[in-house]
Design a protein around this ligand. Structure first.
Ligand SMILES: *Cc1c(COP(=O)(O)O)cnc(C)c1O
Length: 396
């Protein structure tokens, strides 16, 4: 018998029966998408989710995640990007042009500010950083002729100031400035980004998430999303997304789809554990400040209370400056369950020291001592308290 040719293997006559159904939507992988004939190829419209043209423009797998994310955030359309930072870059490069200005809160995700300082500046796009606790009137006074885009983060993920989100969004809207929220902390659960007042009257224009964090939930996927309610704004972002080639891998999308149903349960567990640990930290003499927006006294707590139903699993502590960095570093090194590493949203608790004075404008948050940011995972809370306790002993 002759061995089969490659042609026989590529153009094999078998096709599996149609109608397969399983709880998970399936991993469809493609660059090439096949058309039954030339007329079908000519008729396809890549902008609509009514068909398929090319892997970069969407597959059943990516469309499914986009639709579920739009539902999660209370939006109408979503786009996927290969990381949270790529989602930030997509918004900037889709909406800003030379001589425009973007406003970014001082406590924003660091690389968002770095992008403005370097690539945006090189394209002649101006930026200013603002105090995250600015009030609406002061923001209006900052907005100028060239101001086109306002970034918001609620709260900043290291110093944890929660802004007057609805006040700032209303002020920006009155001035004709597009609002974009980095909603990684809220994850679509702590508050409704497109319905900030609960009566449908006010929302951000765009919500960006690092799906890398809570939606993925495993610390093993990088992905971002850009969600909107306005069709024209979505199309503007979608064209830029297509022209910039922001593709995502089907296996990564499938990992997020698998984690998404447990997101509300995990988020609630992270929230409860973080609040318990934060309150415990408030009682420790070496810690002079606990930054968690749900704790009275934390910067912007009153704004958190007005906007939010819950909180994420993040908080920061500020150590007595008299201890110095060397002893605080030793504290972090002594932790056993809290591991040292960036990012958050996975089952494993993490700790990262941040030198705030060097990284941000210190006057906006009053952080004076060494700061350690904790991302609380899903371990037993009593074990995590025990871990903090044994490491604090090294400071005594
Ligand atoms: C992690 C993070 C990002 C970036 O996400 P990546 O997927 O790591 O690029 C953006 N914003 C916030 C608030 C984040 O925590």
């Amino acid at each position: 018998m002759k061995p089969p040719t490659s042609t026989e293997l590529i153009h094999h006559p078998y096709t599996p029966p149609e109608g397969f159904q399983a709880p998970q939507p399936g991993v469809f992988k493609a660059s090439t998408v096949l058309f039954p004939n030339v007329a079908a190829l000519r008729a396809r419209n890549w902008k609509e989710k009514t068909g398929y043209t090319y892997g970069l423009h969407g597959t059943p797998t990516t469309f499914t995640l986009e639709e579920r994310l739009a539902t999660l955030e209370g939006g109408r359309q979503a786009l996927l990007t290969p990381s949270g930072l790529a989602a930030i870059a997509l918004v900037d490069f889709a909406l800003l042009k030379t001589s425009d200005e973007v406003l970014i809160p001082d406590n924003a995700y660091g690389p968002n500010k770095e992008l403005a300082r370097h690539e945006l500046a090189a394209f002649g796009i101006a930026h200013r950083f603002y105090d995250p606790l600015i009030d609406a009137e002061a923001l209006k006074a900052m907005i100028g002729e060239r101001t086109r885009l306002l970034w918001l983060e609620a709260p900043g993920s290291v110093t944890m100031e929660f802004p007057d989100l609805s006040g700032l969004v209303r002020a920006a809207r009155e001035c004709g400035v597009i609002t974009v929220l980095d909603n990684t902390w809220g994850a679509g659960l702590a508050f409704r980004p497109f319905d900030l007042c609960g009566d449908g009257s006010l929302g951000v224009d765009i919500s960006v998430q690092a799906l890398t964090k809570y939606p993925s939930g495993g610390g093993d996927v990088l992905m971002g999303s850009v969600t909107t309610v306005d069709e024209a704004l979505h199309l503007k972002l979608k064209f830029a997304h297509m022209r910039q080639g922001w593709g995502v891998g089907a296996n990564d999308v499938e990992a997020v789809l698998r984690s998404l149903p447990t997101l509300p349960l995990r988020y609630a567990a992270h929230d409860e554990a973080a609040r318990e640990l934060a309150r415990w930290c408030q009682k420790q003499p070496e810690i002079v400040q606990v930054l968690h927006p749900a704790l009275p006294g934390s910067p912007g707590h009153e704004h958190w209370r007005r906007h939010c139903r819950s909180a994420a699993g993040l908080f920061s502590v500020v150590f007595d400056p008299a201890l110095g960095w060397a002893r605080v570093d030793a504290f972090v090194d002594t932790l056993r369950l809290f591991r040292i590493g960036y990012s958050w949203g996975g089952p494993m608790s993490l700790a990262v020291p941040y030198d705030i004075a060097g990284a941000m404008r210190a006057q906006t948050h009053g952080v004076r001592g060494p700061l350690v940011r904790f991302s609380v995972g899903l371990e037993a809370v009593s074990d995590l308290i025990g871990d903090l306790e044994q490491a604090l002993r090294t400071l005594r």
